[in-house]
Design a binder for this molecule. Structure first.
Ligand code: ZN
Length: 518
């Protein structure tokens, strides 16, 4: 692939939202929050790679420079971090959180010899360095990144002073304090307690994927967000219908005895700024936080659906795939509203079904072990579609037709299986594609385009829902494993059809033009 082709894998999208819904103070807060977010970007560069300026200045080719910016370093995140700038070897597994020559063995030996320093070394919020004598030391983030932290704190405090919502003001103040101490718990709790704020800002060291050496170190990131109040109200309404839907599930009574609940607060947002970890490589379109399990158990979690980013992926990726793979007369059923609906109902549908097995095998999660994630994601996908069917029938859902949701769902499967069966989502999609194929829920035309057959699809949605709910209720690990062996593979025909998608050079992800709001 040429450097220009690598850059073209990312479709450029301008991030914006309807600012007229905001008060004057809220509009004044946004640039301050963006300023704080930019400091997270600065810190993430230092965590992922190091000082960016010398590297960027050394590159004469604008495409290479752009690709370095997209990847926050000289390693291609869509290609297993393969280096793409001359002179660079493989990415250090510990990124720049640790000395590049540090091995796991040396780290563990150090901990054994200095047990009093174990907590500081394994902390999510410290970097490991060598001192002048090459001895290992741990430095807290607020010391290591003192200058960008100071600037972020100042911007957050200015934004807090403008906040009209008392919950938001409290959160922003506590978050600023947290950046100065690297103790995030109080601010996480304050974030969970916010209910009526329109503006939101997820900021700080959060996910640990960038640390591939140990998975200890959290990377800095930020999202600046504006709540979509109309959609959020609709989601609350659908969540309230869960008990009735649970009673109607197509399984025997024992498999639907628990009372359903999402266990988390679900809302829709537009993102106006992505920074740091979440802006590197692939872009997230949903947030589920906090990660702190103790807080989750006590207080639950919040799920944020990022509507404008979803819209961007729909326009730039799903629509061109549908143009290639969906039968022409069904193409008009591929709509953003249906795509958004399929995604939102997936989230709500996590609340349906049961968490405990019905035969004393403990929780579904314990019983299904490594397969639990794939089965649970598959459940949410299919029950989301099941819910949509029921709510359209009852008139609680008024937009779109069942054809829209089914055809858009099928196009969505093509988008998801493109990246193989490695992730829980990818594998769940593969299982479903093969199940639908056998049930005649869709057929393939001779020209290699696919069409949904509505009645068989409706039946397949019911029977697949029943199959998954039964596997979960029985805690049937062997049954789940056998199913994955039999139907978890990409069929050769589909692989060939997806080859047409690759040949058409349809983007695989998006990159943002952001920061100017008008
Ligand atoms: Zn899910």
């Amino acid at each position: 692939m040429t450097m220009r082709e690598r850059v073209a894998q990312y479709a450029t999208v301008r991030l914006t939202t309807d600012l007229s819904a905001l008060t004057p103070n809220e509009r004044r807060m946004l640039p301050l929050l963006i300023e704080a977010a930019r400091q997270m970007d600065r810190i993430f560069w230092l965590e992922a790679y190091g000082e960016p300026e010398p590297l960027l200045a050394s590159l004469r080719d604008p495409d290479t420079r752009r690709f370095v910016e997209i990847n926050y370093g000289p390693w291609d995140r869509l290609a297993d971090n393969a280096p793409f700038v001359e002179g660079f070897g493989p990415k250090p597994p510990g990124a720049n959180f640790y000395p590049h020559d540090l091995t796991k063995a040396e780290f563990e030996q150090f901990i054994k010899e200095h047990p009093d320093q174990a907590a500081a070394f394994k902390s999510q919020y410290s970097v490991i360095r060598r001192d002048a004598k090459a001895h290992l030391t741990a430095l807290d983030y607020h010391e290591q990144f003192a200058e960008p932290v100071r600037l972020a704190v100042a911007a957050l405090r200015q934004a807090a002073a403008l906040a009209e919502d008392s919950g938001l003001r409290r959160y922003l103040e506590l978050r600023a304090d947290a950046l100065l101490t690297d103790d995030y718990r109080a601010s996480d709790l304050a974030w969970l307690e916010m209910k009526d704020n329109t503006i939101d800002c997820v900021i700080g060291p959060i996910e640990t994927y960038e640390d591939q050496l140990f998975g200890y170190k959290a990377a800095h990131e930020a999202y600046v967000l504006v709540k979509d109040k109309a959609w959020s109200a609709r989601l609350a309404k659908y969540a309230a219908l869960l008990p009735g839907l649970q009673r109607g599930l197509p399984v025997p009574e024992a498999y639907k005895r628990e009372s359903p609940g999402t266990g988390s607060d679900l809302n829709a947002y537009d993102v106006v700024y992505y920074a740091g970890d979440c802006n590197a490589g692939s872009k997230t379109i949903a947030i589920n936080l906090p990660n702190d399990e103790e807080i989750q158990l006590r207080k639950g979690a919040r799920r944020l659906q990022l509507k404008n980013a979803m819209r961007a992926k729909f326009d730039k990726i799903l629509v061109p795939i549908a143009d290639l793979l969906i039968a022409p007369e069904q193409r008009r059923h591929v709509t953003f509203d249906a795509f958004f609906g399929d995604t939102m109902f997936h989230e709500v549908a996590h609340g349906l079904g049961i968490k405990q097995t019905i035969n004393g095998r403990g929780t579904v999660r314990e019983a299904l072990r490594d397969l639990a994630g794939t089965i649970e994601e598959g459940k949410a996908d299919i029950l989301g579609l099941y819910m949509i069917g029921k709510l359209l029938e009852s008139g609680d859902l008024k937009d779109g037709s069942i054809e829209d949701y089914y055809v858009t769902f099928l196009a969505g499967i093509f988008r998801s299986v493109r990246f193989g069966a490695a992730s829980a989502h990818g594998r769940a999609n593969m299982l479903r594609f093969n199940y639908f194929a056998e049930a005649g829920a869709f057929s393939r035309d001779r020209d290699g385009r696919y069409r949904v057959n509505v009645d068989p699809m409706r039946k397949a949605v019911e029977s697949l829902s029943a199959k998954i709910l039964t596997l979960q209720g029985d805690g049937d690990y062997d049954g789940a494993a056998a199913w994955m062996r039999a139907q978890g593979e990409l069929p050769r025909q589909l692989a060939a059809d997806l080859g047409r998608v690759s040949d058409a050079a349809i983007p695989v992800d998006i990159v943002f033009e952001q920061g100017s709001l008008d």
